[in-house]
Design a protein around this ligand. Structure first.
Ligand code: EZ4
Ligand code: CO
Length: 402
């Protein structure tokens, strides 16, 4: 089953997406998400200029061999650009294998380990009152696990909070915007936010929070300890994880569960975190961590250490990634939860899909393959439009993690 075409489709139905489409000699096609938010064209070029020519003529059935060929064959290992490109190929080949077998991909991965995939949503407010309203709204939509982010008194903007009345979107057009940051303001405010949310909504709902890599280990330990009365489902990215052993210090001080991994691209990025049980959830995702094949290896390692999965699922991961994530989530034994940030209506039309949401759960559907497609004519009507993530500076102007 030879590959006869591999091409990249870049489209911007409100935000940029990069999609790889692989076609076999029998006319079967598969899709893979290759979107790297804010650096999209680097992956598009990597695929078009360096990977697609190598795929032509290869046997589309040999998913693992092609993965190893692209990983070992590049010589230059890992990194978000390379691993997103490999992920796109891997995902597209699983899609093709499912279509040829006439089975949804989760059946090829061992079948369903659960009825459906529990998801968490985002509730954001410019202040605590708005955050309370956003939580109430998402409870009405059926979610039972909710990530809460709020504007911080004294700081004009911060991560995860929408500007104006448009939904929060992690990328902005028209240049790089700047946020301001004060660790002390944040550490003082954050327990008050969750105290209020628990007072309003009680103990039953699961609450999550994203620190977004902004604290040092000892500051993260203080945050985790101060949040213990509100028993979070997880505290995400409390400190940058380049130095995995930094998490030992956080663990020594708090029982607030920790989730890390949306910026990881290989199993080596979380090897120590998992083997020393320094985290509770690993957030690696299909598009940025080498595809379904590599994510399964990470999950298998994590299973040994009672670490569960909690894949990243923001809007900068396309519906192709969402579909692939749901097949993975449904099948893998040590699944924890899946992030769900719904796409806008234009995106949902450009990428028709079988997956669905109901009462706090999602399901990938039972169509052969991934159950997601791309309307190429429609995609072409939304040309690439550069957008960047914001940056973050401390009050004195020093660059900080965003
Ligand atoms: O900032 O996807 O948990 N979700 C997140 C996201 C990330 C964006 C970056 O592209 O942290 O909002
Ligand atoms: Co995050």
């Amino acid at each position: 089953m030879k590959i006869v075409d591999a091409r990249v489709i870049v489209t911007c139905p409100g935000r940029n997406f990069v999609t790889l489409k692989i076609v076999t000699e029998d006319g079967v096609h598969g899709l893979g998400d290759a979107t790297l938010n804010g650096r999209e064209l680097a992956v598009a070029s990597y695929l078009t200029d360096h990977v697609a020519p190598l795929l032509i003529g290869r046997d589309a059935r040999r998913i693992e061999d092609i993965w190893q060929f692209l990983y070992k064959g590049a010589y230059w290992r890992r990194g978000p650009v390379t691993m997103s490109a490999i992920a796109a190929v891997d995902t597209a080949l699983w899609d093709i294998k499912g279509k040829v077998a006439n089975l949804p991909v989760y059946q090829l991965l061992g079948g369903a380990s659960r009825e459906a995939v529990r998801v968490y949503c985002h509730a954001n407010g410019t202040d605590v009152d708005q955050a309370v309203k956003a939580v109430a709204h998402h409870l009405d939509l059926g979610y039972t696990a909710i990530r809460v982010q709020s504007g911080i008194p004294g700081l004009h903007s911060t991560y995860g909070v929408a500007k104006g009345d448009r939904p929060y979107e992690p990328a902005e057009k028209g240049g790089v915007s700047e946020h301001r940051w004060s660790t002390e303001a944040y550490l003082t405010f954050i327990p008050r936010l969750f105290e209020r949310i628990r007072a309003e909504f009680g103990d039953e709902i699961d609450l999550l929070h994203d620190v977004h890599h902004r604290l040092t280990p000892i500051e993260a330990a203080r945050a985790g300890r101060s949040l213990e009365p509100y028993h979070l489902f997880w505290m995400e990215d409390p400190t940058p994880a380049e130095q995995q052993d930094a998490f030992r210090l956080i663990r020594q001080h708090t029982v607030t569960p920790i989730a890390v991994g949306e910026v990881f691209n290989a199993i080596f990025d979380c090897q120590q975190l998992i083997q020393e049980q320094l985290i509770d959830y690993v957030r690696t995702t299909v598009v940025h961590a080498g595809g379904i094949s590599h994510l399964r290896k990470i999950a298998a390692l994590a299973e040994l250490y009672q670490v569960r999965t909690g894949s990243h699922g923001a809007t900068d991961l396309s519906p192709v990634c969402m579909a692939a994530a749901l097949h993975f989530d449904l099948s893998v034994h040590n699944f924890g939860i899946q992030e769900h940030m719904p796409h806008n209506a234009e995106t949902d039309v450009v990428f028709p899909h079988e997956y669905s949401y109901r009462d706090g759960f999602m399901h990938p559907g039972d169509a052969p393959g991934l159950g997601v497609d791309i309307d190429e004519a429609l995609a072409a009507q939304y040309p690439y439009d550069p957008a960047y993530l914001p940056v973050n500076r401390k009050l004195d102007g020093t660059m900080h993690s965003w």
